[in-house]
Design a protein around this ligand. Structure first.
Ligand code: AFP
Length: 328
């Protein structure tokens, strides 16, 4: 028997009434969904075309390889332009902010294919985005928005076909892709309070490069939780949103080669840190940087600004905040 499921767009229409959003937002989200499906298609078939390699390589057909992340960027910009609703976009794949339509209504900050070390293996990567709205009461100066000003944020895990979407004040929801490539079956994500499924997720190879107090915290707590790490933020945070626990990418301050230290962190604030922090807040969790400052409160100074990130269940993040705020 055929079972018809609730689609993402129907879900949005329902929630739009509840949260007073307009059809402009539906058009923008339709563009994001189209971009994700298009990227999904390219990713699923790119091993066949030999397009999972690095730029500058030549594939098995003797053609120049185009980087998948560049393809994903171009696809996304195409749909954002076609929507007519976007003033400007920030993409991980573009040095400059991309002006689109001065009469648009939204700002979109995105990373079209995050987790590049998984690309040559065809393993999961993420398409992450945050959306903010222009000032509708007066003139708009186009300043970069902090996560607390996003109206929505989401991440597609590609090519597994899950889509997690946080809508301001309306929770974080997960959708799955069906056989017609439609995102269906919304399930509300609420971080579990029960600790038995909680996980810790961080790059264990970097462990000795963290601040000593962070290293000590890990030593004290690691045996209580399972450890999981995919190396693609969308996949790792996908697990944390379901199972609880904490994902962290601490500042690198003790690297044996000091040139490789990253005291400001590695992840990007606007289209990585703030995106997962927003979804986590809507699911009952929280996120901070290395100083213990809430990620959503950080006002970006530059569009590719980096941050350290601790995100997940409140109890764990608040515990590490106490450590981060001590001197030694
Ligand atoms: P890349 O896209 O450069 O691989 O970075 C992915 C990422 O920004 C994020 O998705 C991961 O959580 C994190 O970096 C992985 O970084 P490491 O490879 O250093 O563990």
């Amino acid at each position: 028997m055929i079972r018809f499921e609730q689609t993402f767009m129907n879900f949005l229409i329902q929630h739009q009434e509840k949260y007073n959003r307009t059809y402009h937002f539906l058009i923008l989200m339709d563009a994001m969904i189209s971009a994700a499906k298009h990227i999904q298609y390219y990713y699923l078939t790119s091993a066949l075309r030999g397009n999972l390699g690095l730029a500058g390589e030549v594939n098995v057909q003797g053609e120049d390889v185009m980087r998948m992340d560049q393809i994903a960027h171009e696809i996304t910009i195409h749909y954002l332009r076609a929507s007519g609703r976007v003033i400007h976009a920030v993409s991980e794949e573009s040095d400059e902010i991309i002006s689109i339509n001065p009469d648009g209504r939204y700002f979109v900050y995105f990373d079209p294919l995050d987790g590049s070390s998984n690309i040559p293996h065809g393993l999961p990567v993420g398409f992450l985005f945050g959306i903010a709205k222009r000032n509708l009461e007066g003139p708009e100066d186009g300043h970069l928005r902090a996560g607390k000003d996003y109206i929505a944020a989401g991440m597609f895990v590609i090519p597994t076909g899950t889509f997690t979407f946080g809508l301001r004040g309306a929770g974080t929801w997960r959708f799955h892709i069906d056989e017609t490539m439609t995102f269906v079956r919304p399930t509300r994500m609420v971080l579990p309070e029960e600790t038995k499924t909680w996980e810790l997720s961080f790059n264990a190879g970097n462990r000795r490069t963290y601040d000593e107090k962070v290293q000590r915290w890990i030593t004290e707590h690691e045996s209580k939780y399972a450890f999981r790490y995919l190396g693609a933020l969308a996949g790792d945070v996908h697990r944390i949103l379901s199972n609880g626990g904490m994902f962290m990418y601490p500042a690198i301050v003790n690297h044996p080669n000091p040139k490789k230290n990253r005291p400001e962190g590695k992840l990007r604030l606007m289209y990585e840190g703030a995106v997962v922090a927003f979804m986590c807040r809507e699911a009952g969790g929280t996120a901070v940087n290395e100083a213990g400052i809430p990620i959503l409160e950080i006002q970006p100074k530059t569009h590719h600004q980096r941050t350290a990130l601790y995100v997940g269940s409140k109890e764990l993040v608040e515990d590490i905040v106490r450590v981060l705020r001590t001197k030694k």
